[in-house]
Design a protein around this ligand. Structure first.
Ligand code: GDP
Length: 497
């Protein structure tokens, strides 16, 4: 439950008449599972299935009771009942959380027992939706709950908690306050048409719009890095068949995740596995070898590889020291195409030296070249804009043979994850990113009108654009968002959240 939740000003407050239930913990073997009820009859329904020294129906909020969960009169499991009374709960309604033994059978039987006792199965995200509708969270905070569950690194977790604590809402409110002040000035000029004496003041209003637009654009530009912290860094291994991509993936993850075979074209699908470096998930995908092929199944694999490579944050272009020509042309093409940084991996260096086409000098165990973009080791932001290419040598089949590759991957992380560790952006969803872009565009239009107003109509147009910017920012925290959008947001949550 958020510690600093405060009632959202814009959320509709409404009482939901039915009581919902869901298993809140992930399925599978586990020591403990939690099944959660929320709604006006939560305590009464739990009481029907509970036998213990104390009656849940008679206890106050924040109480834990020990007893047995019963189905009919047959005891099923020993449980702890945590009782939260409205409005002092996550959803703002009466909530009961039943902690039982885990595993697939017990929580399922408890869930079914509670349905038989009068509860209804919750939809995905319905608990958080109720928290929103009861004014416990605003929409930005509710979306942050989803980010917490999805977080793949400590930094993204901190960012999500910042949003849950109200950071994003406060940022939006500060921007909105400035836009209200600019709008008021513009509106006052609408009331006194033809007044051209204060041209400098009007231009200053334009400059204020421009400054806010720039602030929002800067925020948006930093979002891809924030998203990588949240969702992990996508790394694609690409190259011709048989150069050792699967062997490299196996060496990196430390076990045989991908099939290694001596005949070219064995990896026909994309194999994914993760490793963690410096607290960040590195999501590796070993793609089918890139080569021209007539085999329809292999062709599908190659197409999938191309998609994985196009979506990658970091591309590992794998070459074979013992056959430098293999896929050379395809590799060069991918190095040019890659949007992010590239590491050119010369594998099988036990069989020879890196082949022709290697540019740049060696730095320690890692050779550095200038690939498609600027020099390797360029500053963080520059490395993304103009990708640097780093060259490493590996022996996938020997212990320690991929250390240089791990070092190079680690070195690429600051540029991919943003380089401002002290300053977290509040977690921002894709929906909110789109709204930020809308707000920035509207402000840029308003700025253009105000900087060089052509007649009084400029004020009219600027006023419309300012309203549009305020609408977009307001929607980020749920203001003016219609029910269908709210339902769509919560439908992407997991069940029990
Ligand atoms: P992929 O098709 O690119 O995924 O290549 P594989 O990983 O399936 O490897 C193809 C063959 O090369 C296998 O027989 C591997 O054992 C071998 N191989 C992979 N890496 C190395 C290496 O660093 N040195 C040597 N000598 N053989 C390797």
């Amino acid at each position: 439950m958020p510690r600093r939740a405060r009632p959202a000003r814009n959320a509709p407050v409404m009482a939901m008449s039915d009581t919902i239930v869901a298993i809140a913990t992930a399925s599978g073997d586990a020591a403990i599972a939690i099944t959660r009820l929320s709604g006006p009859d939560a305590v009464a329904i739990a009481a029907r299935c509970f036998r213990g020294a104390r009656d849940p129906a008679r206890c106050g909020t924040h109480r834990i009771l020990f007893g047995r969960f019963v189905v009919g009169d047959a005891p099923l499991d020993t449980v702890l009942l945590s009782v939260f009374r409205a409005p002092h709960s996550y959803t703002g309604e009466d909530v009961v959380e039943i902690s039982s033994h885990g595993g697939p059978a017990v929580p399922r039987a408890i869930f079914e027992g509670l349905i038989a006792a009068g509860a209804r199965a919750a939809r995905p995200g319905e608990f958080t939706e109720r928290a929103y509708r009861n004014g416990k969270l605003d929409l930005a905070q509710a979306e942050a709950v989803a980010s917490i569950v999805r977080a793949r690194s400590e930094r993204s977790l901190r960012a999500a908690h910042a949003t849950l604590g109200g950071d994003l809402t406060r940022r939006i409110e500060a921007l909105d306050a400035e836009l209200i002040s600019i709008s008021a000035e513009v509106e006052s000029r609408l009331d006194f048409p033809g007044d051209v004496r204060e041209a400098a003041e009007v231009a200053a209003l334009g400059a204020r719009c421009e400054a806010r637009a720039a602030e929002i654009r800067e925020w948006v530009e930093r979002l891809p890095a924030a998203r990588r912290r949240e969702e992990g860094v996508r790394v694609a291994l690409i190259g011709a068949p048989n150069v050792g991509k699967s062997s490299l993936l196996n060496a990196l993850v430390g076990y045989d995740r991908a099939i290694v075979n001596e005949s070219p074209g064995t990896t026909r699908d994309t194999v994914e596995a993760s490793i963690w470096l410096d607290g960040v998930e590195i999501r590796l995908s070993d793609t089918a070898g890139m080569r021209e092929t007539g085999d329809p199944v292999e062709r599908l694999g190659v197409e999938r590889s191309e998609r994985a490579a196009a979506a990658a944050d970091l591309t590992l272009v794998v070459r074979d020291c013992s056959a430098p020509e293999a896929g050379a042309e395809l590799c060069e093409r991918w190095i040019v195409k890659a949007v992010g940084p590239v590491i050119e991996v010369w594998n099988k260096s036990d069989l020879g030296r890196p082949g022709a086409g290697v540019r740049g000098g060696r730095v320690g165990g890692v050779a550095v070249g200038t690939g498609a973009g600027g020099p390797a080791g360029a500053t963080a932001a520059a490395a993304v804009a103009t990708p640097a290419k780093v060259i490493v040598e590996t022996v996938a089949i020997q212990p320690g043979g991929v250390d240089a590759l791990i070092a190079a991957t680690r070195a690429a992380l600051p540029s991919l994850l943003g380089d401002l560790p002290g300053e977290e952006l509040p977690a921002t969803s894709a929906r909110q990113e789109r709204l930020l872009r809308d707000a920035a565009s509207a402000l840029e239009r308003a700025a253009a009108q105000l900087r060089a107003p052509i007649g009084d109509v400029a004020y009219d147009l600027a006023a419309v654009d300012l309203t549009e910017a305020r609408r977009a920012l307001g929607e980020m925290v749920g203001r003016g968002v219609d029910d269908a959008v709210v339902a769509a947001i919560f439908s992407r949550f997991c069940i029990g959240k």
